[in-house]
Design a protein around this ligand. Structure first.
Ligand SMILES: CC(C)(COP(=O)(O)OP(=O)(O)OC[C@H]1O[C@@H](n2cnc3c(N)ncnc32)[C@H](O)[C@@H]1OP(=O)(O)O)[C@@H](O)C(=O)NCCC(=O)NCCS
Length: 394
């Protein structure tokens, strides 16, 4: 079935954004926007540097040609001034399958106020009117802002595709594939793990002594040092020290796994100074059963102060109250008495002894002591402890 040959060039009014054909007076704004470092990093194929001649070619030839070949290329304009604040388009059209790929960028001065979300929502609705059945969207694993746009505009995460995009250094890069079908319900797509209270950039959990916040790229040095410690390696699965590159990727991509609903990786900090004390993670392996696993580690200088117990309580409260998890489990090696004390003080109960449950050193298997916490276990804690686990915004 041929759904379309050439898409019409129109003016599409969205909420607070206008999508319109490019015009010659856009050249300066186009040059400024496409020389921005973030735009360059996440938008493939932009000439470097992007010159006025490049902008002239795009306005006169590139964008009109996109329509002639079954795609679309619109300027995102501020509806009050009609000035260009970004670009959006449909590429790689497949009329035989009624699908196309959506891409976009927003100028730095216009970011963070929903421009991309509204532009993508408007273009997706328009594409559905043109009988485009499915829109694909590819985001880099480090591009959390764009992934948030995808979710807010109702795209669903489908997979991580390995080596699917040419990288800047001549290699190939992975991408998260998102898609929106014409018949998908309006509004954002569902998420398993919400943001922390306080929002995506500044959200945290704190009891006034420790503060948990999402793991980020700049945390790599401390997290790398933490995961080289022999006792931390011994309690990792598998028990192998990660190298620097692995830790850098883990930190830079933590937001991706959070948005995917797979794991919430947090840094434990000292609430007074902000110093990194350790890390803690919630691994949502059984969402259908409402069960997740918690794991944590502290740098030696911060041990013996009750920080791990406080961190586990804070995370457990958030998991029960905000995520809807109903059973939190944790495993420790049989000789890890300190970790068992943390779990017991946080209200966990010992449930079992699992023989040969985990990979050990040199191909061996090691036993694991299983602990679990239910929401009702928290109510049985003495008042001072329960207070320590209350949810509060920073
Ligand atoms: C991605 C991009 C288009 C977003 O534009 P925008 O107009 O700022 O997007 P919105 O305001 O609609 O939404 C951005 C969301 O990301 C969040 N965000 C922004 N920077 C973030 C960061 N560094 N980490 C986490 N979240 C971030 C914002 O808080 C907002 O989320 P919220 O609405 O839930 O609070 C813009 O950053 C950009 O042009 N980037 C470079 C080009 C690019 O990445 N294009 C997409 C390629 S797939």
């Amino acid at each position: 079935m041929i759904a379309w040959v050439e898409l019409p060039q129109q003016v599409i009014e969205g909420r607070g954004v206008r999508l319109r054909p490019y015009r010659r007076s856009d050249a300066d704004d186009l040059v400024a926007g496409l020389n921005d470092e973030l735009t360059r990093r996440f938008t493939p194929g932009i000439p470097n540097p992007y010159t006025r001649a490049d902008a002239g070619w795009w306005i006169d030839q590139g964008a009109p040609r996109a329509f002639k070949t079954g795609g679309a290329a619109y300027a995102i304009a501020d509806p009050t001034t009609d000035r260009l604040v970004g670009g959006i388009g449909l590429s790689n059209p497949r009329p035989d399958k009624a699908l196309a790929e959506i891409g976009y960028w927003v100028a730095p001065q216009a970011r963070g106020r929903g421009v991309a979300t509204e532009a993508v929502s408007a273009l997706a609705a328009w594409a559905a009117e043109q009988e485009i059945h499915r829109l694909d969207l590819y985001t880099a694993l480090e591009n959390v802002a764009s992934q948030r746009v995808a979710i807010a505009a109702g795209f669903r995460r489908e997979a991580v595709l390995r080596g699917v995009m040419p990288g800047r250094d001549g290699g190939w890069e992975d991408r998260v594939l998102w898609a929106r079908l014409a018949g998908d319900p309006p509004g954002p797509s569902p998420r398993l793990l919400p943001d922390l209270p306080g929002g995506p950039l500044h959200g945290a959990l704190t009891d006034g002594v420790v503060r948990l916040r999402p793991l980020r790229a700049p945390d790599a040095p401390e997290i790398h040092a933490l995961h080289q410690l022999p006792e931390v390696v011994a309690s990792s699965v598998p028990p192998v020290a990660p190298d620097r590159e692995e830790i850098e990727l883990r930190c830079a991509r933590a937001g991706t796994w959070w948005l995917a609903g797979e794991r919430a990786d947090l840094v434990i900090t000292d609430a007074a100074t902000g110093a990194v004390a350790g890390d803690i993670g919630l691994y949502y392996q059984e969402p259908k059963a409402g069960q997740a696993t918690v794991g944590y580690a502290l740098l030696p200088a911060w041990r013996g102060r009750g920080y791990a117990t406080r961190a586990v309580r804070l995370l457990a409260r958030w998991a029960f109250d905000r995520v809807g998890i109903v059973r939190l489990v944790a495993g420790t090696s049989p000789d890890n008495v300190a970790s068992q004390r943390v779990l017991e003080r946080a209200g966990f109960r010992r449930e079992g002894y699992l023989r040969g449950r985990l990979p050990g050193p040199a191909g061996s298997r090691v036993d694991d002591v299983l602990y679990a916490l239910l929401p009702r276990d928290l109510t049985g804690l003495p008042e001072t402890r329960a207070q320590g686990a209350r949810l509060s915004t920073p």
